[in-house]
Design a protein around this ligand. Sequence first.
Ligand SMILES: Nc1ncnc2c1ncn2[C@@H]1O[C@H](COP(=O)(O)OP(=O)(O)OP(=O)(O)O)[C@@H](O)[C@H]1O
Length: 245
Amino acid sequence: MQLPGATKLALTPQEVNIDSPNAIATEDALIEGIDLFCERDDRVLFENLCFSIPRGSITQIEGPNGAGKTTLLRIIAGLSQIYEGELKWCGESMSDARVAFASNLLYLGHKPGVKSLLTPRENLRALSRLRRTVTETDIENALEKVGLYGFEDVPCHSLSAGQHRRVGLARLYISDEPLWILDEAFTAIDKKGVAELENLFAERARLGGTIVLTTHHELRLDVPFQRIVLGQRSGGQNPLQAHGG
Ligand SMILES: Nc1ncnc2c1ncn2[C@@H]1O[C@H](COP(=O)(O)OP(=O)(O)OP(=O)(O)O)[C@@H](O)[C@H]1O
């Protein structure tokens, strides 16, 4: 379902060159952060932070524990306003573009957002209830993709931590939102699951989807991606770094 006044971006491949982040033209940016500043408990998490997130790209927010990765991710996702500076969506101020932004976003936070009393199938039904286009077959396929075949109708409280997490991740396989913002998506996921997620991310970016994620995992992607590195203020490095695929 689309919100009134919201423009949903189509998922279509687009040429994106993120070999040199500083060279990204502003008009290509889906999201821009300009001169962002954030402080918590009198501690500056980041300041003068600028980045540009192009459509069809993958951006990893990286840094040590407590550096402010989740804080920045929540700010970008519009879930926290504890910052100064400017955020833009498709060249428009985020505060003016809030409805359009929200209709394009799938956000998966730290916690899987899965209800323990429900089964994986019931959880996915509930999470996709606003989307008439999601069928029972889509739900079954998504659960199979995340390795939950045979567990569709088991209450989630009797699943393992990794399986619980996989129920939440199954949303990615039924998502038509062009922007995914994912906090610690790999937590509790085994090696095979991590590799499958990495393939999904790369494939999604090739289709024109945009992914912003935090993880301590060393990403192995066969598409170029960029990193916003937090927690290195004394090093004076550029927080935006490009990585080849
Ligand atoms: N609700 C809150 N109230 C006050 N301070 C907070 C709150 N949430 C986080 N902080 C502080 O903000 C700082 C950054 O936290 P954040 O969760 O963004 O870090 P992170 O880089 O995601 O860490 P991790 O790798 O451990 O997940 C930390 O010092 C933390 O104590």
